[in-house]
Design a protein around this ligand. Sequence first.
Ligand code: IMP
Ligand code: MG
Length: 175
Amino acid sequence: MKTLILSPTEIAARVTALGQQISQDYQGKPLMLVGVLNGAFIFLADLARALTIDVEIDFIRVASYGQSASSSGTIRLAKEVELDLTAKHIILVEDIIDTGSTMAWLIAYFANRPTASVRTCTLIDKKERRQVDITADYAGFTVPDGFLVGYGLDYAEQYRQLTGIYHLEPTAITS
Ligand code: IMP
Ligand code: MG
């Protein structure tokens, strides 16, 4: 069972606003969006098209969740960024920040790279389960606890294609 919590229209309006804000903040600066695969691919595609400034786009992949609905606690790099980050202003684009472990790991990882700056943008900020003290610089929606799917977000690799964001009932989650 799943319940719609964010409609495609609501998502589009918020993503447009984020794109406008980022375009203002990075006017005249070399900007690169780095999407965190797989979850951020749809959000990044829409966010990039909401920008009115030039941008480079790349992706990184970290492995953490596996097939389960709760974090395994271990994070490893599964796909490196391939573009040259030198002197670029980076925005890490995530689908959702939950415990914060993944984003904290990514921020530490990028801290060692020759960027001009690193900020974070998440579509969903799930603050109530935060274990690592990080705050996204740009956040689409803050939602209470609960497992969400759709618009790139998956449960066991399912539901990413849904155009809205849904709350998945705990009875549908098997781990
Ligand atoms: P964190 O390391 O606990 O912050 O988890 C971040 C990652 O867990 C996200 O990039 C998602 O891939 C996944 N995740 C956390 N909560 C959800 C959810 O409600 N739905 C789908 N994926 C989630
Ligand atoms: Mg993810």
